[in-house]
Design a protein around this ligand. Structure first.
Ligand code: ADP
Length: 353
């Protein structure tokens, strides 16, 4: 074998080596930073975001197995290096708005995506961070399910879709795979999302939280330097009871509630214009008045919104003048007083880890 061919062979077999729970190989992650091929030995340097003995053990084992499968005579030496990452203090994110809900299925992710576009339409640079670890649907809604974030200069590059910078827990787990997310794992994920993602300068980062008040949303709300939270609820009583719990959770961790949105408030028949108040329209407005929290507005049910969600194109791009589109634009304008641009950000992003 010529040395050149050997290098290629080695890279080829390294394509099967993945850090635990990553769907990307070391080669795709550009984590192999040195490959020194000698006649009977190979030195492989792997650069990882952080020192983690378990991860290193698994990678070392996989590499040795892969190389011995290629040629049992070759000795593989694996060295690990920690990536030099820019600290979070260099990230300039002006505003970070969490979108939460008491329950799943109320339209939290749909609102996150379309609110992100509405902010973009107001001239802001916007990113979306999908932390809904139990059901990350943002990649589907933005048609980027098959995309894989790349490493560049030791930083994870967010995916760009419709001029939004996108990062999702979904990019790091296989579709259909279920992971039990425990507290330390959630912390680590958040750490990666902030310290290792090259967000660049953003005016608004929308954070789609997992629904409810369990460990995951609580941990996220507690750890992230949020400007505030927007809650999404449907109008009926069973949804409002849960959104109340969500608000209490944010109060507990001292994250300001910027307001509540009533989603799927009513349905206007496209052919006869008759409005049907399927879920008891106005429930959220009443609840906000009782609790003295800001009511941000209602978004009606619109079939196009659901259809475009499934097609992977944000509804607001083509339908901002429809009833739901106008409602979402108005909600974005109501939130404008809370927005600081990247340039205006007085305090830089810090994590409380
Ligand atoms: P969640 O993030 O709260 O689980 P989703 O955003 O995934 O909820 O929405 C659940 C379903 O409802 C999706 O199919 C979505 O397209 C649809 N949906 C959400 N809001 C609306 C709306 N205003 N009009 C029509 N369909 C909607």
């Amino acid at each position: 074998m010529t040395p050149n061919l050997k290098t290629e062979n080695i890279i080829e077999v390294l394509k099967s080596v993945r850090p635990p729970s990553s769907k990307l190989s070391l080669v795709e992650l550009q984590a192999i930073t040195r490959l020194d091929v000698q006649e009977k030995s190979v030195l492989i340097e792997v650069t990882l975001p952080e020192v983690n003995p378990m991860v290193e053990k698994s990678i070392r084992f996989q590499i040795e197995k892969a190389i011995s499968g290629l040629d049992s005579q070759i000795q593989a030496a694996v060295e690990f290096k920690q990536a030099q990452t820019k600290s979070a203090a260099t990230q300039k994110i002006g505003t970070m708005i969490a979108v939460g809900s008491g329950k799943g299925g109320v339209g939290k992710s749909s609102i996150s995506v379309n609110l992100a576009i509405a902010f973009q339409q107001l001239g802001y640079r916007v990113g979306i961070l999908d932390c809904d670890i139990y059901g990350p649907s943002i990649p589907t809604m933005l048609n980027v399910v098959d995309q894989k974030p790349m490493m560049l200069g030791g930083k994870i590059q967010p995916i760009e879709a419709f001029d939004l910078k996108v990062m999702s827990a979904g990019f790091f787990v296989e579709q259909g795979q279920s992971i039990v997310w425990r507290g330390p794992m959630i912390h680590k994920l958040i750490q990666q999302f902030f310290h290792e993602v090259e967000w660049g300068d953003l005016d608004v980062l929308i954070v789609d939280l997992p629904p409810g008040t369990g460990d995951a949303p609580l941990s996220l709300a507690q750890t992230m330097p949020l400007t505030g939270a927007v809650m999404v609820s449907m109008p009926q009583k069973v949804s409002i009871i849960d959104v109340h719990k969500g608000i209490s959770m944010f109060n507990q961790v001292k994250v300001p509630i910027l307001g509540v949105i009533e989603n799927m408030s009513h349905f206007v028949c496209p052919s006869c214009d008759h409005s049907e108040e399927i879920f008891d329209r106005g429930g959220v407005k009443k609840f906000c008045a009782e609790l003295n929290v800001t009511y941000l507005g209602d978004v009606p049910i619109e079939m196009k919104l659901r259809e475009m969600s499934d097609q992977g194109r944000p509804f607001m791009l083509d339908h901002k003048d429809s009833p739901a589109g106008k409602a979402i634009s108005q909600i974005a304008r109501r939130l404008q007083p809370f927005i600081k641009t990247a340039e205006d950000a007085t305090e830089q992003i810090k994590l409380i880890l």
